[in-house]
Design a protein around this ligand. Structure first.
Ligand SMILES: [Zn+2]
Length: 145
């Protein structure tokens, strides 16, 4: 008979497991997908725009991130969960999971995969540059399909 204590998972790992085994689909993006991530990089996911998903995210501790103004045309809003322990005034290096709520998940994933194939060392630039690159590819796709 085993009497071992199973150590508790770090909270961010527990939340990643929750997302993975939920009934919803979360598609990895950001530096964890494109490359260049470090051990302390945040986690970015894409999901569809659906009230059930938003309610689920709120139920496991995510909050709508209202300070974002660099969104590409497909991203409606972003939910964030922090794992740093700050009360507020988070720094850019605070450990977190961001989940982008997207209106057009199929186009978003298509663009993600086009970018992955074309920027093998990660998408260049800061958040604003990256957002503009997503928007540019979005416009190219709209013109060609
Ligand atoms: Zn923080």
């Amino acid at each position: 008979m085993l009497h071992e204590t199973i150590p508790a998972l770090p909270p961010i790992v527990a939340t990643l497991f929750e997302l993975e085994f939920s009934e919803f689909n979360f598609y990895l993006t950001g530096s964890r997908f494109f490359g260049g991530a470090t051990i302390s990089s945040d986690w970015d996911f894409i999901t569809e725009n659906n009230n059930k998903i938003e309610n689920y995210l709120i139920s496991i501790g995510f909050k709508e991130n209202i300070n974002l103004n660099y969104l590409d045309p497909m991203t409606e809003k972003v939910y964030t969960k922090y794992f740093c322990g700050c009360e507020n005034n988070h720094a850019s290096e605070c450990l977190k999971i961001d989940i982008q709520i997207c209106n057009d998940i199929f186009t978003k994933i298509k663009i993600r995969d086009i970018l992955k194939n074309n920027f093998t060392d990660g998408i260049p630039g800061d958040k604003y540059d990256k957002s503009r690159i997503w928007g540019l590819v979005y416009n190219l796709i709209l013109k060609n399909y």
